[in-house]
Design a protein around this ligand. Sequence first.
Ligand code: RIB
Length: 317
Amino acid sequence: MRIAVLGSINIDLVAEVERLPRPGETVVGQGLARYPGGKGANQAIAAARLGAEVALYGRVGDDAFGEEVLAAAREAGVDIRAVERLPQTPTGAALIVVGSRGENMIAYVPGANGRVDGEYVRRVLPAIREADALLVQLEIPLAAVAALVRELPAPTPIVVLNPAPAQDLAAIPLDRVDYLTPNREEFVALTGWPPEGAEEVARAAQSLLARGVRHLVVTVGSDGAYLVEGEGATRFPAPPVPVVDTTGAGDAFSAALAVKLAAGSGPYEALGFANAVASLAVTKKGAAPSLPTLAEVQAFLARQAPGRPSHHPLTTP
Ligand code: RIB
């Protein structure tokens, strides 16, 4: 199965701390690390490690950081030939602080990712149209995402839009989005409601479904994920794991979902698999380095079958 990923390609500079600092406060870190990252690159690497044929689309600077991230993607088996290197432009970067419970905060500087535009999208569109699934996120300009989604034939590629970081989606033709995958904070930003309980999620999600999104998948960390299609939500519990670093867990989840859907699985099977992949990703440090291989996921699932999904109909309007 072929997966196309359009998105950000970053270098991540990660400080490990006991607890995240408050505004204006300095905390002393225990370590500093540099990892390949960016939601686009992470999702491409995740899908490739899960056995998909993956092509990555985006832009980096003509610098050492860009080369470092692309080398990691290449090593994972991702086709990076369509990624453009822009002269005199820095590669995107993320400054990440990770606390002792695996929680994080991120400051993201787009650099070359901010230069992904309609002209680039037009150039790569013919190849992306041939994919079985497209993964796209919002660390590149919204106008480029909208330009791409607008031009895609239906029903393939299956479109998985990971709305991270959260933005107003008014410009995106949501009726061409098959799966929208916000996390807890992004769901609040999109609907105004916290995802507390299946029925509340279903009710809050109706505004997005009314705009044409076919399936809404809300990831809620160690609580797993909700799937909302039509009226009612289904909760998929996540397997319990020791949490080391949650950075990249959302990327692992969206990529795993796309891989399974592209292979012909239905949403129930795909969500169970995606929960397992994301759970494994939080047990290791870093974004791209924590993404599991298919063999690791299969071994994990053999030890720990996915929990049973529970459906909750929307009973009151
Ligand atoms: O989703 C995680 C990614 O988001 C990190 O790799 C970092 O680059 C950030 O932008």
